[in-house]
Design a protein around this ligand. Structure first.
Ligand SMILES: Nc1ncnc2c1ncn2[C@@H]1O[C@H](COP(=O)(O)OP(=O)(O)OP(=O)(O)O)[C@@H](O)[C@H]1O
Ligand SMILES: [Mg+2]
Length: 375
């Protein structure tokens, strides 16, 4: 575990970049430092690997003061990724990734194999190995940056705004990739961003810093959204807090009904037998085609919007489906896209209230990576 204990950094010109900061950074999870520009995020990150020395306070790594560790050993145990990847422009992608292993004295062949393995891990095609950084897109370069930081398999990964220079679509891909990678590797990651949505998506714990390098709140993302410590945090979290918090609630408990789901070739009696105002028509495979108003002889179907997958998607995704649906009903599908049932906005509303009540009774239930669901 990394423990930041009442750390202050005052630069020689008197600027207090970090002010009596204390944080316990849990092992094998992603801890995000977030806050406005100049609030001391980079300074904090750099004090962990001693690129910056604290003025006061201590940083402990597995109980030992980092000051007592030789800088080189310390840095080898911590991969470092920065914005724009910071690659060596005159070295190929494979050589960039193999930098640290080569420094550690690995043979050429072994280092090359490691680079190839990591390229695959981070989703880079093997054909890119011989290229130079300028021949890669921004997103690809960031992946190389991550691969390079992982090359010597350090237990700790320090990431300073690694995805902030790429467009939103690429950024989302990189975030998903990082979460997937983290599931496999279980590193202790300290991730800096000024983007609160990125913090909420990636963090198991999120530290919100304010100007002057002071800690405003340190909490799991769901707790941040439900209970911001003060007006600064609330303002920083921005609008739609309630809706965004629904991302942390699972949709698998939603009660689905199949009464209103009918195949396109269903006999007329089947249609007449249901009470529902709208019928969801499916194809012969059970995939949704659209909604038909009961009793209407109009052949055109209303769009079924965007279906959700119970268990995989969150209550937020389910609600979004219902809100987008012209009938107010959300369509649930399985992994093959076949309809498993439909659910009304009202039922989703009841599930949301139940989830809130449960979260209040048991705050730990809405906490941590395990509970985080997609959407
Ligand atoms: N070497 C330095 N000498 C003097 N002041 C510095 C130095 N490095 C950073 N600072 C100041 O310390 C404060 C914190 O800087 P830091 O880079 O840690 O912020 P940050 O949160 O990473 O900001 P950003 O989001 O813009 O990257 C800022 O006021 C900055 O100007
Ligand atoms: Mg910074």
């Amino acid at each position: 575990m990394i423990r930041i204990d009442s750390v202050t950094k005052r630069y020689p010109d008197g600027t207090v970049a970090v002010d009596r900061l204390s944080l316990e950074i849990p092992d094998r999870s992603i801890t995000v430092l977030v806050g406005p520009s100049g609030c001391g995020k980079t300074t904090t990150l750099r004090m962990i690997n001693r690129m910056v020395e604290p003025t006061e306070g201590t940083i402990l790594l597995d109980g030992e003061d980092v000051q007592h560790r030789p800088v080189t050993t310390l840095r080898r145990s911590m991969g470092y990724v920065i914005q724009n990847a910071g690659l060596f422009q005159h070295r190929t992608i494979a050589d960039n990734i193999a930098t640290v292993p080569r420094m550690l004295g690995w043979g050429k062949q072994r280092a090359r194999e490691r680079a190839a393995e990591l390229m695959e891990r981070v989703g880079l095609d093997a054909s890119l190995a011989g290229r130079y950084p300028y021949q890669l897109s921004g997103g690809q370069q960031q992946r190389v940056g991550v691969a390079r930081a992982l090359a010597a398999d350090p237990p700790v990964l320090l990431m300073d705004e690694p995805f902030s220079a790429v467009d939103p679509v690429v950024r989302k891909g990189l975030q998903d990739e990082l979460l997937r990678l983290q599931d496999e590797l279980g590193k202790t990651i300290v991730f800096v961003t000024h983007d609160i949505d990125e913090a909420i998506k990636l963090g198991t714990m999120v530290a919100v810093l304010r100007e002057g390098g002071r800690l405003a709140q340190y909490a799991p993302p769901a707790a941040l959204l439900s209970n911001p410590a003060d007006a600064f945090v609330e303002d920083f979290l921005g609008a739609d807090r309630g809706i965004r918090r629904l991302s942390f609630f699972a949709s698998d408990a939603l009660e689905l009904t199949t009464d209103a789901v009918v195949p396109a070739d269903a006999p007329a009696e089947r249609l007449a037998a249901t009470e529902a105002p709208y019928l969801l028509v499916t194809d012969t495979e059970g995939r949704p085609l659209g909604w038909r108003e009961r009793g209407s002889d109009d052949d055109r179907l209303l769009s079924y919007g965007r279906p959700f997958r119970p268990g995989t998607d969150s209550l937020r995704a389910a609600l979004d489906c219902a809100v987008l649906s012209p009938t107010g009903w959300a369509v649930a599908v399985d992994a093959d896209g076949k309809v498993t049932g439909v659910v009304s906005q009202q039922t989703i509303g009841e599930a949301i209230r139940a989830a809130h009540t449960q979260a209040e009774a048991d705050p730990d239930a809405a906490r941590g990576e395990d509970e985080k669901v997609a959407g």
